[in-house]
Ligand binder design. Structure first.
Ligand code: DHB
Ligand code: FE
Length: 284
């Protein structure tokens, strides 16, 4: 039986990747953010999974806005890194896990989540930046294969937070029914509060972010009750990316252990955060 060992929530801001690619992580602007990552990176390096599920959104780089799946899963053997206008990031190609991906699709469809299947997919900063947050120096290859799980957070109507949380629970059941004994990690990506355009461009809401960072561990059901309109109002039009953290959280146990977290403003136009959870209650 496969088992989810840990979950990582992390922002995916493109310039976090660019700072790493251009060796700027020790600059005064970036070092507070990257210093905050250090304990999580050390812990994750000691707990390498066999495969990681990355819950993320494409930003109209690989998936044209003429076709917007609400939820999709990549079933490919590999995923090339998208060119978002400045050439592809100098990171390894992403190796897939078709067997687990196909099992997830089957199990989720049987569980009444009608998942779109992506048999070919390029991956943009939404997926590659979280991989870099996890593993800053991958060398020739990332530490393990990846199953991309896509959520539409760009185009109205985005799925509800409640649906994302329920999808996470279904993913948890699907992983538990995978017959091979493999260790799985799951990433929930995006956020925290930010708005890139319009009259409220530059919006940051630390009060909402701090509430969310706490409740994602202890009371995710309360976050699942928040409407999409309230996410946009409180966290900004791109802050609604935070609903993807609820997919990750739903896949974990009710009781989990927070290993570490960090919150920093600003990273580009966002409030950036990382939270790392082990999928067991250390008090038991
Ligand atoms: C920024 C943040 C994002 O989430 C994104 O997808 C693109 C850009 C930014 O703050 O620059
Ligand atoms: Fe984004």
């Amino acid at each position: 039986m496969a088992e989810i060992m840990w979950g990582l929530a992390t922002s995916h801001v493109p310039s976090i990747g660019a700072a790493m690619d251009h060796d700027k992580t020790h600059d005064s602007y970036w070092s507070p953010l990257f210093d905050g990552y250090a304990p999580a990176r050390a812990w994750m390096a000691e707990h390498t999974p066999d495969v990681v599920l990355v819950v993320y959104n494409d930003h109209a780089n690989a998936i044209d806005l003429s076709l917007v799946p609400t939820f999709a899963i990549g079933t490919a053997a590999s995923y090339s890194v998208a060119d978002e206008g400045w050439g592809s990031r100098p990171v390894p190609p992403v190796i897939g896990h078709p067997a687990l991906a196909q099992h997830l699709v089957e199990s989720l469809v049987d569980d009444e989540f009608d998942i779109t299947v992506a048999q070919e997919l390029e991956v943009d900063h939404g997926l590659t930046v979280p991989l870099s947050v996890y593993c800053p120096e991958p060398g020739e290859a990332w530490p393990c294969p990846v199953v991309p799980i896509l959520v539409n957070v760009l185009q109205y109507p985005q799925p509800t937070a409640a649906r994302c949380y329920a999808l996470g629970k279904a993913i948890g059941r699907a992983v538990a029914s995978y017959p091979e004994n493999i260790k799985v990690a799951i990433f929930g990506t995006g956020g925290m509060s930010h708005q890139l355009a319009g009259a409220r461009a530059g919006l940051i809401n630390p009060t909402f972010d701090r509430m969310f960072l706490q409740a994602i561990e202890t009371d995710p059901a309360s976050l699942a009750k928040i409407t999409r309109e309230e996410y946009v109002r409180e966290a900004g039009s791109e802050g609604i990316e935070m609903i993807m953290w609820l997919v990750m959280r739903g896949a974990l146990n009710d009781e989990i252990t927070r290993i570490t977290e960090t919150y920093h403003v600003p990273a580009s136009n966002t409030a950036a955060a990382l939270a790392l959870f082990e999928n067991k209650d250390s008090t038991k």
